[in-house]
Design a protein around this ligand. Sequence first.
Ligand code: TA6
Length: 294
Amino acid sequence: MNSDFCTLTVRDELELLEINHPLFSASILKQGAQLISYKPKHDSDWIWLSKLAEFKQGKSVRGGIPICWPWFGNIDDNPQSVQSMVKTMNVPAHGFARTRLWELSKITETDTLIALEFLLDIETSDSWYGQAQLELKVKMRADSLSLNLVTHSKAKPIFISQALHTYFPTQDIQQTSLAGFENLYYYDALDNWHQKTQEDEVIFSSEVDRVYLGESKQRLKTPNKTFILKSNSKSSVVWNPWIEKSKRLSQFADDSWQSMFCVETANVMEDCIELAPYSSHALTMSITTENLNE
Ligand code: TA6
């Protein structure tokens, strides 16, 4: 595939597309079509990657933007319609798209942007009854990053939950707050999924694992950068493992809870998706920033 700015390399066991455009750089694994770095030329990386990340075939890499599909989280926390799509309940969290090898099908390059398309065909699966084609479109510019995950169903209807599981960096989680969730209700995964209402901005002073319901444009305020996250979905997941869970997580240093958080553009719970035969659904997100020292 001809490209002026993209090079296919290898990181341990995984193929990695390295992007070096005059205005930005990025890295995307072909396994899971997982973006693991996005860095405008005169800026720090917008995406967090674990310093203990492992690049092994069939194993999800900790950080970046993992694609959780065709179910989010533990299968038994999903609506019955999504559960009915699996052949066994003994399946890994977050589905299988993130550990499959995707095809890099298209590269478009201009002096201001690079657009990439990845494809994953699911004809048969050991764990899932459905059939589909997944398409990930990534658009990178000097001042924005956008992802568009399109599910194309085939002859049978399918029910899915999904998320673009974005890991964001922060210089200090205790000086990080998230605006745009005010007055939304959320399910608290740490309190038996009880439904609660978010009064003020989201702050982090202990483990947070919540599914927020409601459309919103989110402002993720970290000490040196505010991320503006827009999406077309009606559910978002906010997560920080804090101290104790960090010790139990794979590929995760004990102190990493201080320098990351996730805000995941999702279709989960009552926002999960039913696709009729031969139909398509797009989950889209875009990130821009406000540099506080500008
Ligand atoms: O982001 C929410 C969540 O479901 C958390 O409960 C935690 O499990 C996280 O995803 C990471 O999951 P993973 O399977 O990548 O370790």
